[in-house]
Design a protein around this ligand. Structure first.
Ligand SMILES: O=P(O)(O)OC[C@H]1O[C@](O)(CO)[C@@H](O)[C@@H]1O
Length: 650
C-alpha cells in the first residue's frame, strides 16, 4: 500500500529531470513563468495515475520529436517570448501603478503643468530636424517614468529587437515583420529565416529604377508607339492608402513636382464603377500604363478593377496591347502570370511586408518612381530609414516613436480617451490621416492578446483627422468644448509653396502656422468663467463661452516637407503604432477582422448572380437582408445586366 506514494514521488523526481533536461536541450532560458510552469507540471504529474505518469515519461522523447517537426527554431524562440509575457500587461504592477496615478493627474490642470518650465523643457525632444513637444499631455515627469517602467514590463525593447532581427512575430500568420528592410541601405543585413533580405529588396529597387527610367524617358512605349505619360495604380487598403498619402505630399513639393512635369498618377481603389469612371476620364489608353498592385492578387475589388481596365485597354488597342500597358506589383507572381501580365513586368515583394506597411516596397516605390523618378523616391526611403535606426537604438526617453506610442497608451488605457485626431497644418498631408487610420486601426483594433486571451482593456484608438485650418471649421467645436480627443498637431517650418502678398500682415504660411501654434494652447488652457466676466461677457453667455481646457495634444514640427521628411513622418507613425501593440500585448500585424464581411459578401454575390441569371428567389438570409436584397433586385430589374461589355462613360 505504501508503495504508491513512493512511486508518485519517484515519478515526480523523474519528471523534474526530464523537464529540466528538455529545457537544456531546447535552450529554454530560465524565465520565471517557465519555472512556474515547471512547478505546475510537477504538481500535476504527482496527481495523475501512476500508469499515465509512466506513459508520459516513457514517451516524452516522441512528444519532443513531434514538436521539433512542427516548429522551426524561430517559432520556438518566439513562443518562448510569448510564454514569458503571457501575463496580460494589465495584471502587472507597473500597469496598476499607472492606474493609481490617474487620480493624481486628474487633480492637476494643464494650465498648472504648463507653468513648470523645467517640465516643459524635458518634454521636448529633437531628432534629425524634427522637434516633438509633448508638454501639453496630461502627464508629469513621474507619469513618463511610470510609462517607461510599463514599457520595460511589456518587454518593449526585446520585442523591437525581435522585429528587427526578423523573428516571426506575426505569429497568427507565421510571418516575420520586416518593413524596415525595405528602406535599409544596400549594405545592411536584415535576416529572415537566416537569409539576408536586403539584396532581394535592392534587386527589386534596381529593377524599378531601370523600368521607371525607361517609361519616363520614352524608351518603353505603348502598343501604338506613343510614350506612356499617365499611370493608373489599381489597389485597395495598404496597396493604395500609403502610396496615395506619399503622392499627395510630394505633388506640391517643388523639387519632386519638377520631375513629374507632364505626367499624371491616379489611384483606382473602390470597386464602385464610379471610381473607374473618374479614373479613366480624360485618359487615353494609348498613353496610359496600368499598375495592378495587390499583395495577394486575389482581392475582389482590385481584381475586378484590373479586369475592367484590361478590357478598357484591349477594347481600344487589341488584346496584345496588355503586355505594354499593364504591369503588376505582388507577392503572388503565379497569379500575376495567370492574369495575363508578363512576369518580367511584375515587381515582387514578400510575405514579411504587411499590406499597410508596404508603401516602401514596390507597392509605393513603383508608381511613385514612375511619377517622380526613382531618385526622389530614394530620398523618401532614406527618411524612413533614418527613423528606423533611431527607433532601434535611441533610449526610450529620446525615442520619438516610443514616446508617442507610450503617450497614446496613457491616453487610451489610463485617461480613457478612445480617439486621436491627426491634424497636419499642411494641405499636402491631407491623406496622412486616411493612411494612418488603416495602419493604426487595422493593426491595433484587436480584442485578444497575442496568445488569444480576451483583453480586459481596449486596444487601438479611433483615428481621424483633417488638415488645419479646414478641420477648425469642421469638428474642432467638439474637441474644444465637447469630448476630449487627444490631438497630434503637425506643422512645417518652410512651406512647399510660399505665398507673400504685398500689404498683408504676414505671409500665407505664417497665417496658417498662427493657427498651428494657437490651437494647442486653446485646448490646454481653455477659458475660465472668470476671464469671461472680466471681459464683460453677458452672464447668460458665460457657460456657452467657457472652455474647460485641460485637453491633451502634442506637436511635431518638421523643417520642411521634402521627400526625406515625408519618409520620416511615415516611419514615426508606423513605429508608434507597433509600440502601442507591443505594450498592449497584441499582434499588430494580422487583420483577421476583415475576413467575415468578405465571406458574407461572397454569399450575397452568389445570390445576386442566381437571382439575375436564373431567376432564383432570395434564400438563406435573415428577414432584414432578404427584404433589402429583394428591393435592390426589383429596383434594378430594368438595368441591362448582360450587355456585350459596358464601360463607364463620363
Ligand atoms: O494587397 P491586397 O492583397 O490586394 O490587399 C489589400 C488590403 O486588404 C486587406 O487585406 C484588408 O483590408 C489589407 O490588409 C490589405 O492592405
Amino acid at each position: 500500500m505504501a508503495i504508491r506514494p513512493l512511486l508518485h514521488a519517484t515519478a515526480a523526481a523523474v519528471a523534474v529531470v526530464v523537464i529540466c533536461g528538455t529545457s537544456v536541450i531546447l535552450h529554454i532560458p530560465p524565465v520565471p513563468s517557465q519555472i512556474h510552469n515547471l512547478w505546475i507540471g510537477i504538481a500535476g504529474l504527482c496527481l495523475v495515475p501512476y500508469e499515465l505518469q509512466c506513459f508520459l515519461i516513457h514517451h516524452h522523447h516522441h512528444l519532443l520529436h513531434f514538436r521539433n517537426l512542427v516548429e522551426t527554431p524561430d517559432q520556438f524562440s518566439y513562443r518562448n517570448l510569448q510564454m514569458a509575457s503571457s501575463t496580460l500587461i494589465c495584471d502587472m504592477e507597473q500597469w496598476k501603478d499607472l492606474k493609481a496615478h490617474v487620480d493624481e493627474i486628474k487633480k492637476t490642470h494643464l494650465r498648472e503643468l504648463m507653468s513648470d518650465t523645467n517640465r516643459c523643457n524635458s518634454m521636448m525632444v529633437e531628432f534629425d530636424g524634427i522637434l516633438l513637444d509633448y508638454s501639453r499631455q496630461c502627464a508629469t515627469l513621474e507619469t513618463m517614468d511610470k510609462l517607461f517602467k510599463l514599457a520595460e514590463a511589456a518587454g518593449l525593447k526585446e520585442k523591437i529587437n525581435r522585429m528587427f532581427n526578423g523573428e516571426r512575430i506575426n505569429s497568427t500568420e507565421n510571418r516575420c515583420v520586416l518593413h524596415v528592410a525595405l528602406r535599409a541601405p544596400r549594405d545592411a543585413v536584415i535576416n529572415c529565416d537566416g537569409k539576408n533580405t536586403v539584396p532581394d529588396v535592392w534587386q527589386v529597387l534596381d529593377k524599378i529604377r531601370e523600368f521607371s527610367e525607361r517609361v519616363r524617358s520614352g524608351s518603353w512605349v505603348g502598343a501604338t508607339g506613343r510614350p506612356l505619360k499617365d499611370v493608373v495604380a489599381i489597389g485597395i487598403g495598404g496597396s493604395f492608402l500609403g502610396p496615395l498619402f506619399v503622392h499627395t505630399a510630394l505633388q506640391t513639393d517643388p523639387e519632386a513636382s519638377e520631375f513629374a512635369r507632364g505626367r499624371q498618377l491616379r489611384f483606382l481603389a473602390n470597386v464602385d464603377p464610379i471610381d473607374v469612371a473618374r479614373n479613366i476620364t480624360g485618359l487615353n489608353p494609348e498613353t496610359t500604363l496600368v499598375v495592378v498592385v495587390s499583395k495577394t492578387f486575389t482581392t475582389a475589388e482590385t481584381m475586378l478593377n484590373a479586369r475592367t481596365l484590361r478590357e478598357w485597354i484591349s477594347s481600344a488597342l487589341g488584346p496584345e496591347a496588355v503586355a505594354k500597358h499593364m504591369v503588376a506589383v505582388s507577392t503572388n507572381l503565379t497569379l500575376v502570370e495567370q492574369f495575363g501580365i508578363d512576369p518580367n513586368n511584375a515587381f515582387a515583394f514578400w510575405d514579411w511586408v504587411g499590406g499597410r506597411y508596404s508603401v516602401c516596397s514596390a507597392v509605393g516605390v513603383l508608381p511613385l518612381s514612375l511619377q517622380y523618378g526613382f531618385s526622389v523616391v530614394e530620398k523618401f526611403l532614406q527618411g524612413a530609414s533614418s527613423i528606423d535606426k533611431h527607433f532601434y537604438s535611441a533610449p526610450f526617453d529620446q525615442n520619438l516613436p516610443v514616446l508617442l506610442g507610450l503617450l497614446s497608451i496613457w491616453n487610451v488605457s489610463f485617461l480613457g480617451h478612445p480617439a486621436r485626431a491627426i491634424l497636419p497644418y499642411s494641405q499636402s498631408l491631407e491623406k496622412l490621416a486616411p493612411h494612418i487610420q488603416q495602419v493604426s486601426m487595422e493593426s491595433n483594433g484587436k480584442g485578444v492578446s497575442i496568445d488569444g486571451v480576451a483583453l480586459p482593456y481596449e486596444s487601438g484608438e479611433i483615428d481621424f483627422g483633417e488638415p488645419g485650418t479646414n478641420g477648425q471649421h469642421s469638428f474642432y467645436q467638439l474637441i474644444h468644448q465637447g469630448r476630449v480627443v487627444p490631438c497630434d498637431f503637425i506643422g512645417v517650418v518652410k512651406s512647399q509653396q510660399p505665398v507673400y502678398l504685398k500689404g498683408e500682415v504676414v505671409s500665407n504660411h505664417d497665417e496658417l502656422m498662427s493657427n498651428f501654434f494657437a490651437q494647442p494652447d486653446a485646448l490646454a488652457y481653455g477659458k475660465t468663467p472668470q476671464q469671461l466676466q472680466n471681459e464683460n461677457v453677458p452672464q447668460h453667455l458665460v457657460p456657452h463661452k467657457t472652455f474647460p481646457g485641460n485637453r491633451p495634444s502634442l506637436s511635431l514640427l518638421l523643417p520642411s516637407l521634402s521627400a526625406y521628411n515625408i519618409g520620416q513622418l511615415l516611419a514615426i507613425y508606423e513605429h508608434r503604432i507597433a509600440v502601442e501593440g507591443f505594450v498592449w500585448g497584441i499582434n499588430s500585424f494580422d487583420q483577421w477582422g476583415v475576413e467575415l464581411g468578405k465571406s458574407l459578401a461572397s454569399q450575397v454575390r452568389k445570390q445576386l448572380h442566381a437571382s439575375r441569371k436564373k431567376g432564383e428567389t432570395v434564400e438563406g438570409f435573415n428577414f432584414s437582408t432578404t427584404t433589402m436584397l429583394k428591393r435592390y433586385l426589383e429596383g434594378s430589374a430594368d438595368v441591362p445586366q448582360d450587355p456585350p461589355t459596358l464601360l463607364p462613360h463620363m
